[in-house]
Design a protein around this ligand. Structure first.
Ligand code: DC
Length: 226
């Protein structure tokens, strides 16, 4: 592990605004960005496409060890490529998110993806977005932030995102999906979603994106003595 490279670990449940915050932080500092959820989503997409059961730990671990996945960054926009094919949109569906949460509950799968995530730790620094960035993957990160928000407000944000993309969605279904995914992510035996003991917890329920960014920047500057 390259402990000389600073990491800002940002964890939290789905729909809490992590992705937006992490992208803004990566732009602000001009650091690398790890979207760890995208890795689990790509694995889940492969499993769905190849009809591999989402609890088949052996096969999924083999797939995880050889995942033909690359991130392609152009003008601040990140494309997720699977076997060279752009799957950025396919991995964002509710189905893939739910499946990602299932494959992510498997111990061997998580172990197989650990080094791949740590390899993102490159100079000048890394913004790491996920569920266990501060508790497992980068335990020595000098800055750890945990975003949380009520399931209702997260479902509302998700609805808005879908509506912006002209996609039809039912609020009750989104809320149920978010609650089920939370339940699984928070209660799994391995690397459950929880704040690191040394994390700053920000409740984003009634905060704007700008508020969350400002609070984070103030904290980061203090921690890194910038
Ligand atoms: O952040 P996301 O919604 O793209 O993540 C999809 C799923 O992947 C999430 O429900 C749980 C899992 N995940 C995880 O277990 N650990 C991570 N570091 C990131 C995501």
């Amino acid at each position: 592990m390259n402990t000389l490279v600073p990491v800002i670990a940002v964890d939290g449940p789905s729909g809490v605004g992590k992705g937006t915050l992490c992208q803004a932080l990566a732009n602000h500092f001009n650091w690398h960005l790890l979207d760890s959820g995208a890795i689990y989503r790509v694995l889940a997409l492969l499993a769905l496409n190849h009809h591999i059961a989402l609890n088949d730990e052996l096969q999924l671990t083999q797939l995880a060890l050889n995942l033909p996945l690359t991130f392609d960054t152009h003008h601040g926009e990140v494309k997720v490529l699977l076997n060279g094919v752009d799957v950025s949109k396919d991995i964002r569906t509710e189905e893939t998110g739910g499946a990602a949460s299932k494959v992510a509950s498997l111990n061997q799968v998580r172990a197989a993806l650990l080094q791949r995530q740590r390899d993102f730790r490159q100079l000048p620094g890394l913004i790491a977005d996920g569920r266990d960035m501060g508790t497992v993957v980068f335990t020595d990160a000098p800055v750890k932030i945990f975003l949380d928000a009520s399931p209702h407000s997260r479902a509302e944000r998700r609805m808005k995102q879908l509506q912006d993309k002209q996609k039809h969605a039912k609020f009750a279904e989104i809320l149920q999906e978010i609650t089920a995914r939370d339940e699984r992510d928070r209660n799994r035996a391995v690397a459950p979603l929880k704040p690191a003991t040394d994390a700053l917890i920000i409740d984003t329920t009634s905060l704007s994106i700008q508020d969350v960014f400002n609070q984070s920047i103030t904290y980061i500057n203090e921690k890194l003595a910038l």
